[in-house]
Design a protein around this ligand. Structure first.
Ligand SMILES: [Zn+2]
Length: 191
């Protein structure tokens, strides 16, 4: 008997038949025991929407004038609410990634709660710092161009994907779409 099953039988006063019935036949109970975080948090991967390229072009335009070629726009219902680009050198701040700059600009003029349910477009898949910020802010959808793997061929990366970070956050649910105009985003890196 597995450790989990033994533990469960103890909880239930050693009624093994009841415990096994829960594990084997009690679909919801078994699923909840096995993967509670999937009940709410984590990443859902999604295909691109028709308008995604339009907003990604804006993010890539931001990236084109950044210290390092990363740019972001935050959108709700077709309206761009904030933009950001990497300003690490300009502001002497290694955390001034495009996503962080866009979030900071947003909350400088709007209630942070209004970030909930927005879509963040970014030319490069968010690093773990930015992805954590995205989750803390309750941003509902992430769309990125170049993946961490692709970016790592151009610049050092922390090799955790946005999905891996999201799947470790049981308090937040987010949908993720990757690969939108990735070639255009990668073309901004000097050859
Ligand atoms: Zn980042």
């Amino acid at each position: 008997m597995s450790t989990r099953c033994r533990g469960l039988t103890q909880v239930l006063g050693n009624d093994r038949r009841q415990a096994l019935a829960m594990l084997l036949g009690g679909g919801l109970a078994g699923a909840a025991l096995g993967a509670p975080r999937q009940a709410f948090g984590g990443a859902t991967l999604m295909a691109p929407f028709p308008g995604d390229e339009h907003f990604m072009r804006m993010a890539i335009a931001e990236a084109a004038r950044a210290d390092l070629p990363f740019g972001t726009v935050i959108v709700r219902d077709g309206d761009v609410l904030s933009t950001g680009r990497n300003l690490g050198r300009t502001t002497n701040d290694p955390t001034a990634h495009g996503e962080m700059v866009a979030i900071r600009r947003f909350v400088a003029v709007r209630p942070a709660a209004e970030l909930q349910g927005t879509t963040l477009y970014t030319s490069g898949e968010p690093c773990p710092m930015c992805m954590s910020a995205i989750l803390w802010c309750g941003i509902g959808r992430l769309v990125f161009a170049a993946s961490i793997d692709e970016l790592a061929t151009e610049l050092g990366q922390i090799m955790l994907t946005s999905r891996q970070v999201a799947d470790a956050a049981p308090f937040a649910a987010i949908t993720i779409t990757g690969g939108v105009l990735s070639a255009e985003a990668l073309a901004l890196f000097p050859k």
